[in-house]
Write a protein that binds this ligand. Structure first.
Ligand code: WT7
Length: 672
């Protein structure tokens, strides 16, 4: 491992005592239970012991070029690179001079390596319909749609916005873009038309790919309608391609809107995969930061594919006979890296499910696993907590014996949920890989390797190969065991973001502005005496709601855009299911009544501006917000108020102390 031995002594603590970091974030309880992979699992795994992991990790840190070059050469390059890495901090170029086609690697490569008739995607729609696409069939569909895009004038580096339900065509559209060198930007199907509009405007997409609608918890989602609204005053979009999924009524605008199936019937199925520069932009994915405007995270072809390919292979220890299911939506980075690019580059069989986990009953997941004989399940703590709440009887109805490995992603998994996942879903026999990573990192950064790493409930354990993760204090010094600090990565890695689309200054300041040449993840963390990383939460104004990042500033600006609102401050409150719930403190303009009616209207308004996921759980009206003398809202105090805690700490910089008392008095939920 890469850690330099620190002089600081480990702090001795009782088993249940919380560790409090210097800057006042609380970490989880010290966890002493250790789960080692079974001898049987280890025997078959690629990485089968800690000694092997440690040796390979040390090598990969000492000579990263050698490690990554070996991994990259397992992919197909139309032209080999000249140099593995060119690092002019904070700008990296990986596999310089190399030429690659991402789509060819995820699809065509498997037509000649024995996987031609293997299932690439096994899809199930929410109403119960299903489809299986072999690699050969996937190839056919991807080539056709690539030709459709071309026939509508899409050129390399043009941006294509994809706003789709969880259907195979979402993956097909992504792979078709990759095939012709267009840059996709997938917008989560749960986002509102306003969100589409902002993203469209930022990335200047030329074409939008959508569907008439999708199914979610038994109802229809009006995707095309949302696109229509978003396009009302868009200058960049020339075409909209619409997949027919639900057959709900939609308006098609002559000359602008075209049906997917009609267009596909007009083109040939031959679309040779041309090589693109390794640093060719593959996609932009928007994610929340600490200001109101989402950041367009840019990933490029060669490095991103190497990272997702390699992590999928080792972290899930993917095998040809695996039935692999990642339950994320394709609209998030997890869907990009671990439904589409990573697993398909490995030639895996991927399960894709369209709808809600509790439709028609809360056992839909277990039913799918039992029927399809899923072997690897990769899901999120928020889902696990919901399953716990819905009751064990739903799980017990099904035979989950096909499972051999479980994964978790999106937020720290609380030990209780970990244990339930381990026992109830994994039958006590499946290793759990708790994978820490981010939209920005492109691929998994910290995670157990299932055949090697002893796991403890709640820790993502150790850095992946080539990842030089550390925890630093304010002065940039590495902290000792069990001391809190900032999580950083000290060396570049192939799947790292290259920039924020259109905002290089923000890229530099958000990720590289704190420590010179070192990547700042934005999470607080500590390492235990065994070197395991415990992520304890974001250090910036970013909430983690159901495993999804939400900027407090985004929700605030949505609230303030309502006519009744003068000012708003948003903070997170710990929530049993969602991890964090959204609490909004709102001051209203003169003449507006602070009643249940307004609360309802404001929630709906945020849903309309951003999407249902951002709707505040609580809205509290207040006469004023606590502020520093310079006018900054004191979120720390608000957080303490919503967590039910007393207001402690230094309040001398507050503008109006009485404001706090008023807020504390308003403590209590405002239900709709
Ligand atoms: C943030 C990134 C990575 C795909 C999904 C979210 C939190 C993510 C873990 C984990 C503790 C985690 C962090 C991170 N996070 N995985 N295993 N343990 N925290 O991607 O939307 O870019 O969010 O999610 O806070 O910074 P994202």
């Amino acid at each position: 491992m890469s850690t330099k031995k620190s002089a600081a002594k480990p702090v001795k603590r009782a088993a249940t005592q919380p560790v409090t970091a210097k800057d006042n974030f609380k970490s989880m309880l010290i966890e002493n239970r250790v789960f080692k992979p079974s001898a049987e699992f280890s025997k078959k795994a690629r990485i089968s012991s800690m000694a092997q992991y440690k040796r390979m990790h040390a090598e990969s840190i000492k000579t990263p070029d050698k490690f990554w070059a070996r991994e990259a050469s397992e992919l197909f390059w139309q032209k080999k690179w000249k140099k593995v890495l060119e690092w002019k901090a904070p700008f990296a170029k990986w596999f310089v001079g190399g030429s690659i086609n991402v789509s060819e690697n995820c699809v065509d490569r498997h037509l000649t390596n024995g996987r031609k008739n293997k299932a690439a995607i096994i899809w199930e729609g929410e109403p119960g319909d299903s489809r299986t696409l072999t690699y050969q069939q996937l190839h056919h569909e991807v080539c056709k749609f690539a030709n459709v895009l071309k026939s509508h004038g899409v050129k390399p580096k043009d941006r294509v916005l994809i706003y789709m339900p969880m259907v195979p065509e979402a993956a097909i559209a992504m792979l078709a873009c990759a095939r012709i060198g267009a840059t996709h930007s997938v917008v989560f199907g749960g986002f509102s038309s306003e969100s589409i509009k902002d993203r469209l405007h930022d990335c200047q997409a030329k074409i939008v790919v959508t569907a008439d609608g999708g199914y979610r918890r038994g109802s229809l989602v009006a995707l095309k309608k949302n696109v229509d609204e978003a396009l009302r005053d868009s200058a960049s979009v020339e075409r909209v391609i619409v997949l027919q999924r639900t057959k709900q009524e939609v308006t098609m605008q002559d000359g602008r809107d075209f049906w997917w199936h009609t267009e596909c019937s007009k083109v040939s199925a031959a679309c040779p995969a041309k090589g693109f520069d390794s640093e060719h932009p593959l996609y932009i994915l928007y994610t929340s930061g600490s200001t109101g405007k989402p950041k367009g995270i840019l990933h490029t072809a060669g490095g991103y594919l190497t990272g997702t390919y390699c992590t999928s292979k080792y972290v899930f220890d993917l095998r040809d006979d695996d039935i692999y299911w990642c339950t994320a939506d394709i609209g998030w980075v997890t869907g990009h890296s671990y439904i589409v690019y990573g697993p398909l580059a490995n030639g895996a069989t991927v399960v894709m499910y369209e709808g809600a986990p509790n439709w028609p009953e809360p056992d839909r997941f277990w039913d799918i696993i039992a029927r399809l004989r899923v072997t690897i399940l990769y899901t999120a703590p928020t889902a696990i907590r919901a399953f716990i709440k819905w009751g064990d009887e739903w799980v017990k109805k099904h035979d989950l014996s096909s499972l051999r490995l479980l994964g978790s992603v999106g937020e720290p998994i609380n030990p209780e949920a970990w244990m339930w996942y381990h026992k109830m879903i994994g039958g006590g026999r499946c290793p759990i890989v708790d994978t820490f990573w981010q939209t920005e990192t492109g691929a998994i950064m910290i995670s157990p390797l299932p055949g090697a790493t002893p796991t403890k409930p709640g820790t993502a354990t150790l850095p992946f190969f080539g990842i030089d993760a550390a925890i630093l204090d304010e002065d940039g010094k590495e902290v000792g065991p069990d001391q809190g600090g900032k999580l950083v990565v000290r060396k570049p890695w192939p799947s790292m973001l290259r920039t924020i689309f259109g905002d290089t200054e923000r890229y530099k300041s958000a990720y590289w502005g704190t420590y010179k040449g070192i990547y700042l993840a934005g999470d607080g963390a500590r390492r235990d005496k065994d070197g395991n990383f415990w992520i304890v939460g974001r250090l910036d104004d970013v909430l983690n709601v159901s495993g999804h990042r939400l900027g407090t500033a985004e929700v605030e600006s949505a609230l303030v855009s309502h006519e009744a609102v003068a000012e708003a401050a948003v903070v997170g409150r710990p929530d049993e299911i969602k991890g964090q719930a959204v609490v909004a403190f709102v001051t209203v303009k003169e003449g507006y009544k602070t009643d249940a009616e307004l609360i309802k209207a404001l929630k709906a308004h945020v849903g309309k501006v951003i999407g249902a996921i951002a709707k505040p759980d609580d809205i509290r009206f207040t006469g004023a917000l606590p502020k520093t003398r310079s006018g900054k809202i004191m979120r720390r105090l608000l957080k303490e108020v919503v967590s039910g805690g007393l207001v402690k700490g230094d309040t001398s910089t507050m503008e109006d102390l009485s404001v706090l008392a008023q807020l504390a008095a308003s403590n209590g939920k405002d239900d709709e």
